[in-house]
Design a protein. Structure first.
Length: 155
């Protein structure tokens, strides 16, 4: 399916929000989350263009007609993201002065599209460090990851 996938960002609209909510709500762990916080996060990501979607093309018509993956993030600082990653602080947004992003939502029906989705997101955030945590529904401890920006110690 990889050749039939295109990566894009949705323009803010109620239709876009509805599409994102419908897609994300079908994927664990978001199936277990309360409606309000997830919608607030999706609305922020839509309004601030801090998301990417992978859309599959219909093999017959060639039209983009099915969302297969979504990733959304918040703009923040390295300091805030590090504390969040180490469970020493809350993740807060810093839209005006940010040097990092923290991925807060990743949902997919097509695991093969995820690497392209991540590459697209990285092109949208050149020079920023990327942080994320993977939460598990089965009670396992979250796994944390960090990709430092070039030029930072340890990169």
């Amino acid at each position: 399916m990889r050749a039939l996938v295109e990566y894009t960002t949705f323009r803010p609209s109620s239709r876009s929000l509805g599409s994102l909510a419908a897609f994300v709500s079908q994927h664990a762990p978001f199936t277990q989350y309360e409606f309000g916080p997830v919608m607030k996060t999706l609305l922020y990501q839509l309004e601030h263009c801090t998301h990417c979607v992978a859309m599959a093309r219909d093999p017959v018509t060639g039209e983009l007609n099915q969302m297969v993956s979504y990733v959304g993030w918040v703009r923040t600082t390295d300091e805030v993201a590090r504390e969040w990653l180490e469970n020493e602080g809350r993740l807060t947004m810093s839209p005006g002065k940010h040097d990092a992003i923290a991925v807060t939502i990743l949902a997919t029906d097509d695991p093969a599209s995820v690497m392209g989705l991540i590459r697209h997101a990285k092109r949208m955030n050149v020079g920023k460090s990327v942080y994320w945590k993977r939460y598990f529904i089965d009670g396992r401890a979250p796994r944390s990851r960090k990709v430092v920006k070039k030029g930072e110690a340890g990169s």
